[in-house]
Structures are given as C-alpha cells and as structure tokens.
Design a binder for this molecule. Structure first.
Ligand code: 5RP
Length: 220
C-alpha cells in the first residue's frame, strides 16, 4: 500500500459515527475519502464538509453525505493533507490551490489531523514555494509587494492559462530561501493589500500522521 494511503487509512480510525468531518483536498485526502466511503457503506453515520470543488465531486461520487459549511453547527474533526510539515506542526498548504477553503474549515474544526507521506516532513518550511491566494485585480502590484518580503512570486498557470481558484482568485507561488518565522511571515503577507490568504497554517494542527515505507509516525 502506498504511504499516502496508509496515512489516510490511519486517520479514518479517528472518525466516529455521528461526527461532522471537514474533508481536506489533495491526493492523500482522496485515499481518506475512499476509506471513509467504505465505513459509511458499513453503516457509519457521518456528514462531510468539502474544502474544494474537486473534493466535493469525489465525495458525492463515493456516496459520502455532505453539508455546506455555513449550515454546519460544528466540525468535530478535519482531515487534510499538506505540502510541508515542520517539527512544530506548522504547515505549507495550497499545492492543489484549495488553501482558502481548507483554512476556513481546518481552523473551525475541534481537531485537525494532517495526513502525509514522510517526504513532506521538513526541518524548515520554504523548499516548497508558498502558495498565496490574491485578488486578480492588480495582481502584478500585489506580487511586487509580496516580493519585498524576500521571495520570487510566480503566477500559477494551469496548462497555458492562469490557474483560477474555487474562489475565482489567482495564486502566486512564492519561493523563499527558508521560512524561519512562519507566523510572522503569514501576518505580514495577510496585511498586504490584495492578499486573500496564505498557505501557512500555523497553530492549527493537533496531530500529524506521516507514513514512511509502510510505517506510521504520529506526532502531536
Ligand atoms: C491542496 C493542499 C493539499 O492538501 C496538499 O497540496 C497536499 O496534496 P497531496 O496530498 O496531493 O500531496 O493543500 O490545496
């Protein structure tokens, strides 16, 4: 079994009947959706809140009951992937372009479990270019302001076209040398006019389940 799948299946063990589950995005989460769908077929009663159009489509196809985020009174548990995880359980997310909805859901959950293969575990964030969602209007000027923080922002493309997020925004992939202070950088970027959200997820994660060569490593 692939490590992503192993981490995903380990996370599903934390889901109990009656729960409302935040459903993250990405290929690791897709394995989690498949495992969850099996539990539902066996009689587990849960509702999911999808964090992206892609997750919503797959969850519907697999027969996972869904509710809208605005209708939910609570999110007991969110399970999401990540692009990088450091030893303080701070994350870089947004490789799939779903960072805004992911953050809205992940921050609202009573508990957040991150599932990754071990290659995502890093000493310092920053090797993976930081995704920053920006308003399309004046994005070039926003990119200039972001560059002043020490990175080289690149407009994300999908084939030849500009990548458009589920919220109809653009994403700038920002290559920093090293992100020494993720919380501070997040605050600076958030105060930059034109920025909608950053892919830095700090002080949110309760547990990371990382799998390497078939072995699970759980961190709190
Ligand atoms: C999407 C994300 C994903 O969770 C992240 O990119 C990890 O994806 P994968 O599980 O495919 O490696 O943040 O916006």
């Amino acid at each position: 079994m692939e490590d992503k799948q192993l981490a995903a299946e380990a996370a599903v063990k934390y889901i109990q009947t009656g729960m409302t589950i935040g459903l993250g995005s990405g290929s690791t989460v897709n394995y989690m959706l498949e495992a969850l769908a099996k539990r539902i077929k066996e009689g587990m009663d849960v509702k999911g809140i999808p964090s992206s159009v892609k997750t919503e489509k797959l969850a519907r196809k697999l027969g996972i009951p869904l509710i809208g985020y605005s209708k939910a009174t609570k999110i007991d548990l969110a399970i999401d992937g990540a692009d990088e995880v450091n030893s303080s359980l701070q994350l870089t997310k947004g490789g799939g372009g779903s960072l805004v909805r992911e953050k809205i859901i992940d921050v609202a959950a009573t508990k957040l479990i991150i599932i990754v293969d071990y290659s995502k575990m890093v000493t310092h964030l920053g090797s993976f270019p930081l995704p920053v969602e920006v308003v399309p209007f004046g994005w070039e000027k926003t990119a200039e302001r972001i560059a002043a923080f020490g990175c080289n922002p690149k407009l994300r493309k999908s084939d030849q076209d500009v990548f458009i997020s589920d919220n109809h925004n653009y994403i700038l992939d920002c290559q920093f040398d090293l992100i020494e202070q993720p919380e501070q950088l997040h605050e600076q970027l958030k105060q930059t006019v034109g920025v909608v959200e950053t892919g830095l997820f700090v002080n949110m994660t309760d547990m990371v389940i990382a799998a390497k060569n078939g072995i699970i490593d759980t961190r709190h």
